[in-house]
Ligand binder design. Structure first.
Ligand code: UDP
Length: 238
């Protein structure tokens, strides 16, 4: 298989790292995902990763807490995941750098765009922690922002669902899956691809998104090789 993309931004939800557990990190699951990432890196693809934190904490679900503080906790959760992924990738022999949007100098590099790009050019995998570094944002928005900054060819959004549907497939057996969509469709129909801040950032910066299921981690390789999996969101559908 030949890669279709040269530089990709892989967005992994926190949930995708939990495996069959409802919470935390299942290291076997992380290893499976990382083996696929390694296959892509071995093909010469430059890979940057933005990871979520929902397997530990989501600011918006925190109930009575102050939202800003709850989001700070969420960003710390993304960093726990970033370190877990980095460790697994290193065990597989890859060179990895973790960069965080909030400085944690003893455990990760601070996010510096040019430095991140240099790492990618040298074949290192870069894992971004702390989302955008700001409360009231999501790691989907961080993925869109970092993809624009590093000039990624595409965002690969690995989720627990195998694409974008017109209604929730877990609640509606007749839900219809889309093979491709435009950003206009996504924003107009309020489809649950990513939040609207993230979707408009991708639209404005012409970054396509491929949404696919991570239940089979090999899907990362398939998506990078341009196989028609999941749902692709771009400016025009053909
Ligand atoms: N978060 C934040 N700013 C960001 C990214 C994330 O405050 O730029 C916080 C927020 O509380 C969020 C949590 O980190 O709920 C985990 O991120 P997210 O919910 O996007 O993770 P996912 O659902 O992808 O696992």
């Amino acid at each position: 298989m030949q890669p279709k993309y040269h530089r990709v931004l892989l967005k992994l939800s926190g949930e995708s790292l939990a495996g069959n557990q409802s919470h935390g990190i299942d290291f076997d699951t992380v290893m499976k995902i990382c083996r696929s990432i390694k296959s892509c890196a071995d093909m010469g693809v430059q890979i940057a990763i933005v990871v979520g934190g929902g397997n530990f904490w989501r600011g918006r679900s925190s109930g009575k807490m102050d939202r800003t503080r709850a989001d700070h906790m969420g960003m710390l959760a993304t960093t726990i995941n970033a370190l877990g992924i980095a460790d697994a990738l290193e065990q597989l022999g890859l060179v990895v750098r973790v960069q965080t949007a909030i400085e944690m100098r003893q455990i990760a590099e601070p996010y510096i765009r040019n430095r991140a790009v240099r790492h990618l050019e040298k074949g290192r995998v870069v894992v971004f922690g702390c989302g955008t570094g700001n409360p009231f944002f999501s790691t989907d928005t961080a993925a869109a922002l970092r993809a624009a900054e590093i000039d990624a060819d595409i965002i690969l959004k690995a989720t627990m669902v195998d694409g974008v549907y017109d209604s929730d497939p877990k609640k509606n057996a007749d839900a219809k899956k889309f093979d491709s969509l435009t950003f206009y469709n996504v924003l107009e129909k309020n489809l649950q691809v990513m939040d609207s801040t993230a979707a408009s950032l991708c639209r404005d910066n012409h970054i396509p998104i491929c949404v696919f299921s991570i239940e089979d981690p090999e899907n990362i390789v398939r998506a990078i090789c341009g196989e028609k999996i999941g749902t692709i969101v771009k400016e025009e559908t053909q």
